[in-house]
Write a protein that binds this ligand. Structure first.
Ligand SMILES: [Zn+2]
Length: 307
């Protein structure tokens, strides 16, 4: 145990999962503390870091998998060390306007969300975030963290490959961030999301062999490749399930308002303030694909039907 970790925090070599309340279910999350012989870093400081007993971890930098509210909620606790983001997401931390651009919510939703970013998620702008790109390596001394650019959730979303030697054998933990493997399925409903990129990123992480697979939300750490692949299959299958349900719904002509109201990402009744724009953006990406495949036809500007 070291400064900032608790006896029940799961440990994997130099990596400790700082598990959030409710196992990191949104808006909470699971952060990682990675301790090398030269320096330590925290990855994705979540809301739960604020409520932990004991001292904060002593770290030299904060790494972020991407710029979303739940992954930066605890970053302000570390004001004196560099904050790192992939270069494509860094504008989200420079200003709250930059962050709001990533979501792209309509004005009537953005106003309330802007308040939540500050009041609930403790957004603090950083004038000079450090940026990294695909393949960049952080060498902490006896443990390395390599950035894998896995866009789709946001433009700059990254996974981190964390490697060290243990009794002469190479050990690897793959941190998947918001390729979170939950039953909700992939989230690609922001202005800066992209379904096709997300699918490419899923194929990429599928090929990576690791000893452990960790996610930011409540799946925590998976310790076998079989468990990982089974979770990944179910997670990825949600994309096809949404598309199939959308096709079925289009067995008669439907407008975008119909599609949004029916809901394909959230469940009817889920109390999510931004559900409508997320439904619309997600549906439009599926419609683009279905149109290009000739499986759906556009009847007029905002009405579609199964072909
Ligand atoms: Zn996210």
């Amino acid at each position: 145990m070291s400064a900032g970790t608790l006896p029940y925090d799961p440990r994997f070599g130099p990596v400790t999962m700082l598990e959030g309340p409710a196992k990191g279910r949104y808006p909470e999350g699971n952060s990682l503390l990675v301790e090398g012989s030269r320096e330590s870093v925290i990855v994705d400081p979540s809301l739960g870091i604020l409520g932990r007993e004991g001292p904060l971890p002593e770290i030299s930098r904060v790494l972020h998998s991407h710029c979303h509210e739940d992954h930066i909620a605890g970053s302000h606790l570390f004001p004196d060390v560099p904050w790192h983001f992939h270069e494509l997401d860094a504008s989200g931390i420079r200003s709250i306007e930059g962050l709001l651009e990533i979501y792209g919510f309509p004005p009537h939703i953005e106003a309330g969300f802007r308040d939540a970013l500050v009041d609930q998620f403790h957004f603090v702008a950083c004038d000079d975030p450090q940026t990294f790109v695909e393949g960049d390596v952080f060498d902490l001394g006896d443990v390395t963290i390599r950035a894998l650019h896995t866009p789709g959730h946001t433009r700059g979303h990254c996974c981190f490959e964390i490697e060290w030697l243990e009794a002469g054998a190479r050990r690897r933990l793959l941190y998947l961030a918001d390729i979170e493997l939950t039953s909700f399925g992939p989230y690609y409903g922001d202005a800066w999301s992209d379904l096709v990129d997300f699918e490419r990123s899923l194929a990429r992480v599928r090929a990576i062999e690791a000893d452990w697979y960790a996610t930011f939300h409540h799946i925590g750490v998976l310790e076998s490749r079989d468990a990982y692949l089974a979770r990944l299959d179910r997670f990825e299958a949600k994309i096809g399930e949404r598309e199939t349900r959308l096709l079925e719904f289009l067995s008669e002509p439907r407008t975008m308002a119909d599609i949004v109201e029916h809901r394909f990402v959230y469940r009817p009744g889920d109390a999510v303030s931004f559900a409508d724009p997320v439904e619309e953006r997600s549906a439009r990406q599926h419609l683009t694909r279905l149109l290009s495949q000739g499986r759906v036809r556009r009847l007029d500007e905002e009405r579609w039907e199964r072909a």
